[in-house]
Each structure stands twice: as structure tokens, then as C-alpha cells.
Design a protein around this ligand. Structure first.
Ligand code: FE2
Ligand code: FE2
Length: 285
């Protein structure tokens, strides 16, 4: 397997989404599934802010002008994703006190306690390694989301489904940028592996904590149905967890590169239609 980057230059798109009409259990009337997605909506924006500062910390060290340009596009795409997920926060905060409580806990522990600690003892290279690892996660999750025209998201309300698929497609489009920066400025294999282990632990912990908090504060849950709903959630998300698990280990290969895995067809197909819809929208407005 070669370790060559395809040097894809991401394209910045600025779609606008509207989440005004969102039921409390908008996904199949299933609180377990709904709150799982809600947790991701809460985690992504500050996570993406972390990606941006991790990559930015090394932008002065990047000598390749092509990579510099890809970094700029990566930052702009992640900023758009942040804004799109944040648009949901108001609605989720209206629906549950868990949204605010979770955000406060997540920000304090991740970015005020743990991040400075890791920077101090492991250097700025460590957050960059964590970012490259999480970008592998988002690319693998994106592949599952986009597969078969977004079949796994078929019951998600249309506006949110479009947003998640757009985000997924751009995650595939820019999947190699943070990794290429890491390779250019650091490239140590043990730190890359440590970044993946750390990323796996934190991503799992906060995702399930967020889901548990939304559920714990949800007074409209019928707890007698929860076993059934958890089973249905498990069946529906099986391809996601299987996909993530199967592809996680390729990251540990010494000659791993995100572009070794060709999933660009999925994102290209979606983005082709999406971008033309978007340009129509912009022209019409
Ligand atoms: Fe993103
Ligand atoms: Fe990303």
C-alpha cells in the first residue's frame, strides 16, 4: 500500500438550514436514537474548533503552498460545519436543560482541563495527532452515512438529513488534510497511535454521556418502551458501529494514509447534486 496523498483541495460551500420545526423525538419517535444524534450535534462544533486550532498551530511550519491552501479550505469547511450544528443548539436548549449542562461539562473537561494538560506534557503535536485520528473517524462515519443514498439516515427529518450528508461528504473531501499536516510537521508513529487511542476514548465517552444526559432529563420518555427502543436503535446503527470498528484498525498500519481508502465516489456524487441545488438556491435568493 502506498502512502501518497491525492492532495484534494476541498471546496467551501455555505448552505443554510432551518431546524425550526423539530419534534422532541424527531427520529422515529425514538428517544434513544434522537438523543444519540443530539449528542453528536452538541459535540461537533467545539470539537471542530479544536481541530481548527490544532491545525492552525502549525500553519507557519507548512512549507508546501498546496498544503497551505488545503489547510485554509479545511478550516473554512470546519467553520461552516460548526455553524450548521450550532444552529440546532437553540432548539435543543429549548427542549432540554441537558444541552447546556452537557456543553458546560464537555467544554470544561475537554478544553479547559485536558487539552492544556496534554499540550503541556506532550506538546502541540499531540492535539494535531488527535485531530488526524478524529478525522479518520469522521471519514469512516461519513462513508456509512452516505452509503446507499443515506439509507441509514432515512427517517431523519429531511433538513437534518441533508445537513448530515453534506457534512459527511465534506469530511470525506478533506479527510487527508490534518493527516498531511501531521506528516509534514511531526510524523511520529507512536504519537499518532496515542492520538487515536485518546480520541477513541474521548469520542465514545462524550457521545454516550451526552445521550445519557438528554435521556435522563427527558420527561416525555416512556421508560416502559425503552428496551424496545434501544433494540431498534441498536439494529439501525449496527452498520455504523461495525463500519467504525472494522476501519479503525487500518489507522494503526505504519503506512496508513487516508487516501489509501477510496471513498471519494460517495462524496463526489452527493456533492455534485448538492452543490448545484445550492447554486440554484443562491441564484433564486
Ligand atoms: Fe466537520
Ligand atoms: Fe473534518
Amino acid at each position: 500500500m502506498n502512502k501518497k496523498s491525492k492532495k484534494v483541495l476541498p471546496l467551501v460551500r455555505k448552505p443554510d438550514f432551518n431546524f425550526d420545526n423539530l419534534d422532541i423525538h424527531y427520529l422515529n419517535n425514538n428517544p434513544v436514537a434522537t438523543h444519540f444524534i443530539n449528542s453528536l450535534h452538541m459535540i461537533f462544533p467545539d470539537g471542530e474548533k479544536y481541530f481548527i486550532r490544532s491545525v492552525k498551530a502549525f500553519s507557519h511550519k507548512i512549507t508546501d503552498p498546496e498544503l497551505q491552501e488545503r489547510v485554509r479550505a479545511f478550516i473554512s469547511q470546519e467553520a461552516q460545519h460548526m455553524n450548521a450544528h450550532k444552529k440546532l443548539w437553540e432548539k435543543l436548549k429549548e427542549q432540554s436543560i441537558a444541552a447546556d449542562l452537557f456543553l458546560r461539562f464537555y467544554n470544561y473537561t475537554s478544553f479547559e482541563l485536558i487539552e492544556p494538560f496534554t499540550r503541556k506534557f506532550l506538546g502541540d503535536e499531540f492535539p494535531l495527532a488527535v485531530t488526524a485520528a478524529l478525522e479518520h473517524y469522521t471519514a469512516v462515519m461519513a462513508e456509512v452515512a452516505l452509503y446507499d443514498n443515506g439509507e441509514i439516515l432515512r427517517d431523519v427529518p429531511l433538513e437534518m438529513k441533508n445537513m448530515l450528508l453534506w457534512h459527511a461528504a465534506e469530511e470525506i473531501e478533506h479527510k487527508a488534510v490534518a493527516y498531511d499536516v501531521y506528516e509534514e510537521v511531526q510524523g511520529s508513529y507512536p504519537i499518532r497511535v496515542a492520538g487515536m487511542i485518546y480520541a477513541t476514548f474521548l469520542l465514545s465517552f462524550y457521545t454516550f454521556l451526552g445521550q445519557a444526559m438528554f435521556m435522563g432529563f427527558d420527561r416525555s420518555i416512556n421508560w416502559f418502551d425503552i428496551k424496545d427502543q434501544t433494540e431498534r436503535f441498536g439494529t439501525r446503527t449496527k452498520p455504523l458501529f461495525e463500519g467504525v470498528f472494522k476501519n479503525l484498525f487500518e489507522y494503526f498500519q505504519i503506512d496508513f494514509h487516508p487516501d489509501n481508502r477510496d471513498n471519494s465516489k460517495l462524496s463526489d456524487e452527493f456533492l455534485k447534486d448538492f452543490s448545484s441545488d445550492l447554486s440554484k438556491k443562491v441564484v433564486n435568493n
